[in-house]
Design a protein around this ligand. Sequence first.
Ligand SMILES: [Zn+2]
Length: 630
Amino acid sequence: MIPRTLFNAILAALACSAAAAHAADLTIHLDARDVARKRIHTEMTLAVAPGATTLVFPEWIPGEHSPSGPLDSMIGLVIEGNGQRLAWSRDPLDIFALRLNVPRGTNELHITLDSGLSTEGDGFTASPTSSDQLAVLPINEFVLYQKGRDAENIRTVLTVIPPQGWGVATALDTKPGSGGGFELEEASLTRVIDSPVQIGRYMKRVDLPGSAPMPELRHDIAIATDSAEALAFPEELVAGYGNLVAEAGALFGSRMYRHYTWLLTLSDHVAHFGLEHNESSDNRRDERTLIDSALTPWLAQLLSHEYIHSWNGKYRRPQALLSPDYQKPMDGSLLWVYEGLTEFWSDVLATRAGLLVPEQYRESLAVIAGTFDTEPGADWRPLGDTAVAAQQLYYSPAAFASSRRDTDFYDGSVFLWLDVDAEIRARTNGQASLDDFMQRFYAGQSGAPQVKPYVEQDVYDTLAQIAPGDWRALIRRHLDEYGTKALFGGLERSGWKLEYTAKNNFWLEYYEKRKQVTERRNSIGLRLDKDALITDVIEGRPAAKAGAGPGMTLIAVNGRKYTPEILDAAMVEAQSSKKPIELLVENNEFYKSLSVEYYDGPRFPHLVATGGQADTLSSVLAPKVTTPAK
Ligand SMILES: [Zn+2]
């Protein structure tokens, strides 16, 4: 038998270990009350074992596919154990890692981290994320934990304290916490990092109707804006986004979340992009997006894209893009599936849902086809390489983008997947389509988030289950060949081809208005920003041949001060006069006149039916469960 005293000691030890097992490994108190000054104060308690320890700051950020963890934001750090301040030193070969010695008898660290949020730049979550009236808090910026630990196994409780009177929105459940804060439900560190927190003075939640499968699940759009006026959410959009939920349910046949929230942040002072998460997404656009009808189609593309990622990217993720401790480098080779297939479906589902009409879809597709039609970079760099090099291309400058290539695995893969869709239809006599691939590849048990990794062969194997054939050969042709033959072949197989007319493409006009740029790549071969800076020239087109280059400023056209309208008028005039267009440019303080021999007038991309091919594109765009908008 066991002596009584020892028995009591064992009971006490068991009680302690039960309590320890229940306590979170990491508690985070994130004080955002000073966010107007872009300062965040975080206090963490992290369970540790004594001895040499390496703490890390997240480096490889999911969805950003790059080592973009913003180390710059760290502006103060104190690490204590048992009330004693502990010295740390940075790993000289891994600057995201801090080494320290945890003294004997110390089983938790108290970490105080001060962060300065970004005030400039446009690189995802490391770029401006707050204004005077709102903020989106990417949690990866405010944590440290042990190197090599799978974040999935770090139980975490996060409390966020916003400025007084501000609201909070996040995918995790919240309840009132200490110090006027909001305590989020306990979850793994992976899930906490995957659940950014939106805070703001002007906030509103729009509930959307649910749909099969699992019509009882909550779907909502949490809006934070810089003014009360900008919160207006048009009633027809509630139905439209409800349709999007329905069409996505029909496409995937599952819902890999307990509920889904679009965090929609509308401000002219935060960087504009979208970042996917499993049960939410971080979507950022101009303040007036909901009250300017020219801007709402852009919103549909964004919200649809990030939503599809809940399945394609979060649930099914390339094995090589997993980084369990956010330190393991990511391999972007399969981004033509992760991003490319998402890009394909985002506009298709938005059209099926009635948020876009087919003509808008086709004009949008014509713009990207026109881009690839004048992209010298495709002659030296295959599409697949843009995916492998994503971590660099996301941050590349606009200068030389057409010669370098951009993150083309997004738009370029749309044609790849159009080709695959047409091929499935052809091989099955119209009995199957890419929809069937989606049903199979993304099949799973609806409900709590999960990750089911895949490798490239899994994609080909699933396609072969629908229609036998050499899918690798068809797809790798798009990814590995130089030039755009495969790309335009994919477009024509869907029943459409690219043509140019003098009539502007209205989708391009939206784009130019929103981005404040002038795109004349398909005619004279120039791209300009709002300050008349030539951001890129298309090598081989007339402006480049006459001596124009990126970095020059366009001062005047045919002797008159440059505006986009003056440039267009000069192109029209040259068509009949057959006289060169004279461009006055400034190149680093030196002025020169360029004589551009261009006589084909304004030239904008559009799609026209080939006539000879079945119009599979229109079949792709047809709603599956909702009534199309009139
Ligand atoms: Zn994406």
